[in-house]
Design a protein around this ligand. Sequence first.
Ligand SMILES: [Zn+2]
Length: 194
Amino acid sequence: MADVAEGGPPAEPQARHIIYCGVCTLPPEYCEFGGTTKKCEEWLKESHPDMHERLYSEEALNANLSSLSVSARERAAKDAAKKEAKAALAETRDAERKAAAKVQIKRVERNKRKYVTVISGLEAHGLDNKKLAKELGKKFATGSSVTKSPTGSEEITVQGDVSDDLFEWLVEVHGKVPEENIELIEDKKKKGSS
Ligand SMILES: [Zn+2]
């Protein structure tokens, strides 16, 4: 007589499919090494609350930490801190670059009483020179095209002196460039002899 229940019910599978983090693409168990831990945790909480509960409960965190050797833990923490600092720095730099990016509206005298207005620096504010050149040509019913500056960067040359209107238009209509970033410049033609 044997009441052996060989091969009882199989253990419940732990996970039916593999989940990868929607932020750092690592399996969520490894998010802490990705440098975006905070965002990763938020993502997991939203997308897989069960797994979040399992991985981020205090118990789980303690167990996880004690399974790593001290030096590995220190290394991982340092790496994560470095990555996080790097990301923060890049974000700050980008914001600073944008805040400092000047747009110039320059009135240039081409011939006697003939002017063109040259506007440069728009692309740093996420504006498209080609599109704006077209828009400006229509608005002022004049020639307007994307040209290359002497230094090789793009600018828009509009026929005629429209610098004041252009300034207002840029601030009011487009509103992407802060007023204090716009410089109005007058470039008087230098006369060879006078
Ligand atoms: Zn992650």
